[in-house]
Design a binder for this molecule. Sequence first.
Ligand code: SF4
Ligand code: SF4
Length: 237
Amino acid sequence: MILAWVNDLCDSLQSFVGGLRTTGHFLLENLRGEGGATAITRQYPAEPAERVGDRQRGHLVNDAPRCIVCHACDKACPVDCFKMDGERDANNKMRASRFDIDLSKCIYCGLCVRACPTDSLSMTADFELDPRQHGQRYLFTRNSSQIDQHFEAADVARLHELSGKAAPELTADERQWLHERIDPKGQHLIGMFGLGYYTAEEKARVDAEREAKKKQKDAAAAAARQKPQPPAAGGPA
Ligand code: SF4
Ligand code: SF4
């Protein structure tokens, strides 16, 4: 009994000293400004984030022109991050007319990247989230009532333009325009990569197609409801 207690005490002391040794090692490296330990703390945003390794799963990006809207990523995603619409181009090939990724839900599992047959989805080694440091990439938050709003190509261009402006520089009109489309407190962090509907005509056609399909489905459901049901077997004659 006493021997077991002494053994436990020795093990605890050993772990404690081992932990202190590791902490001390990094502390000394930091104080001397050597080794990789100094890179652990960065004064962000003065020192922007950097790549941390080639296997890093940083941003999930879609190289939209390669996307064939097959929905394989959508089906593979365990948390339902994707919203996409497709349309046919002049060569009758499918292309994305809308492709949003809700990054607030994303757990960076990479399943969608593995499922994508055209390699249009990938994870970058870069993980900076500040839109001003991203060039064409734009990340913003939307609330649940905004999440189904579609953006025209012109809207996407304007979002890019306004996202580069500091809040006090925005005019009242610009601020209102932004608030109607994005909500700084929204729960959905959307990754948009310069993708909207290609032309107003194509958007109108895709919308009309979607509406027609919905009407067809509703009519079929209504007809099925009106169909007389056969009498149940064994019921009253
Ligand atoms: S990486 Fe994100 S978007 Fe892709 S499947 Fe995993 S959770 Fe979904
Ligand atoms: S799996 Fe790839 S090609 Fe298919 S919809 Fe997703 S991003 Fe597009």
